[in-house]
Design a protein around this ligand. Structure first.
Ligand code: FAD
Ligand code: DHB
Length: 390
């Protein structure tokens, strides 16, 4: 088999890249280890930055997003028994976020790609990337027990944080930056109308909690827990009681409903530099992870492939490889900006084990400043909706 760009992974990075390349007439094959149903049901992120929504619009992929996505023009910070609204749009010249599940984005992208005759091979697991430093790299993959070689001009490693593409880069060619936070999120999806119109980030002495949503009938909630906790130890009653405590506010109540999905996600930051090795180019979670606070993972994956698609288009059009050579450096400017924002927001709203009364008062002072100062809340808002240039 042969194609121009072999894309490993049908997550947001791989699928958006396939669409961007098709727009400029570049052929690709997407190789995905899971089946279609699995990737379309995997519940993860839900907040799209303005730039991500604009790109999906440009690609003509926003028909359902426009109908079902929920545009939010503010978020709430809740702490010390008070609520404060950060008016995102007022502070950023009208920019906003859209709440629309990652799996819905993935469904829309897969459907449109297949309808356009694009190739996505499901249940095809990449085993290795061969000769990445040559003009004929190969992705070796396994499907139905057989091994196949996909020859290509370039390999896009969009295979997430547990993929194989990163492993094709020798360790001595990589610098790895990593931070593990002593906290995790227990996330639930519940069949109950959201108790809020806008997202609520709650800082509480017992730990952080977040109220998000997916539809007018589905709530998405998270609560801070320890990274080594087991889901079995969290009964539905215990989850709701803990959420009730952390969101408690006079005159407001949290509606409960059946929990239909639950998971624990540890918070960590990881960056691999550089994001390229010969003709192998990493994008999204394959190259970097952000802690979930601030909802940047998916959006950063989309930013990477936008840079990558432009660089590949230039190479195919003119043979000029300067954009490709600069790919990692161009992406990493934004990656580090977003890593900083996600680290900062994680530090702001969580309670850490070593925190005592002093740190608690510092958290409150910082939160009050953010809500009271236009300069401080504008900084939060412009990063939250997504910086136009980083
Ligand atoms: P992925 O979505 O991980 O896609 C990688 C794809 O590659 C997968 O489909 C995988 O099956 C496939 N693959 C892996 N190995 C192979 C192989 N060897 N061969 C072929 N295919 C392979 N971000 C937010 O912004 N907000 C959130 O609320 C949020 N919540 C999250 C909750 C969880 C539980 C997790 C795990 C992540 C969450 N994230 C969140 C992060 C966000 O979902 C990711 O940043 C985003 O999915 C990155 O997209 P990606 O395409 O780079 O990687
Ligand atoms: C969601 C996830 C986040 O990490 C966040 O900061 C806000 C919302 C969500 O899944 O809806």
């Amino acid at each position: 088999m042969r194609t121009q760009v072999a894309i490993v992974g049908a997550g947001p990075a791989g699928l958006v890249l396939a669409h961007l390349l098709a727009r400029t007439g570049i052929e690709s094959v997407v190789i995905e280890s899971r089946d279609r149903d699995y990737v379309e049901r995997r519940i993860r992120a839900g907040v799209l930055e303005q730039g991500t929504v604009d790109l999906l619009h440009e690609l003509g992929l926003d028909e359902r997003l426009r109908r079902e996505g929920m545009v939010h023009r503010g978020i709430e910070l809740r702490f010390d028994g008070e609520r404060h609204r950060i008016p995102l749009s007022d502070l950023t010249g009208g920019r906003a976020i859209t709440v629309y599940g990652q799996q819905e984005v993935v469904k829309d992208l897969i459907k449109a790609r297949l309808e356009a005759g694009g190739q996505i091979l499901f249940e095809a697991e990449a085993a290795s990337v061969e000769q990445p430093v040559s003009d004929r790299p190969v992705v070796r993959f396994r499907q139905s027990g057989e091994l196949y070689d996909l020859e290509c001009d370039f390999v896009a490693g969009c295979d997430g944080s547990h993929g194989v593409c990163l492993g094709a880069i020798p360790a001595n060619s990589l610098t790895v930056y990593q931070k593990d936070y002593p906290v995790a999120w227990l996330g639930i999806l519940a069949e109950v109308a959201p108790s809020t119109e806008e997202l609520i980030y709650a800082y509480h002495e017992r730990g952080f909690a977040l109220h998000s949503m997916r539809t007018p009938h589905l709530s998405r909630l998270y609560l801070q827990c320890r990274p080594d906790e087991r889901l079995e130890d969290w009964s539905d009653r215990r989850i709701w009681d803990e959420l009730q405590r952390r969101f408690a506010l006079e005159g407001w109540s949290l509606a409960e409903g059946p929990i239909i999905d639950r998971s624990i996600t540890p918070m960590r930051s990881v960056i691999h530099e550089p994001m390229q090795y010969g003709r192998l180019l990493l994008a999204g979670d394959a190259a970097h992870i952000v802690p979930a606070t601030g909802a940047k993972g998916l959006n950063l994956a989309v930013s990477d492939v936008r840079v990558l698609a432009d660089a590949l288009a230039e190479w195919y059009r003119t043979g000029d490889d300067s954009l490709l050579d600069a790919y990692s450096q161009t992406c990493l400017r934004r990656v580090w900006r977003v890593e900083h924002f996600s680290w900062w927001m994680t530090s702001l709203v969580h309670r850490f084990d070593e925190d005592g009364p002093f740190e608690h008062q510092l958290h409150l002072a910082h939160l009050r400043y953010l809500c009271g100062s236009t300069a401080a809340s504008t900084s939060l808002a412009e990063n939250y909706v997504g910086l136009e240039t980083a």
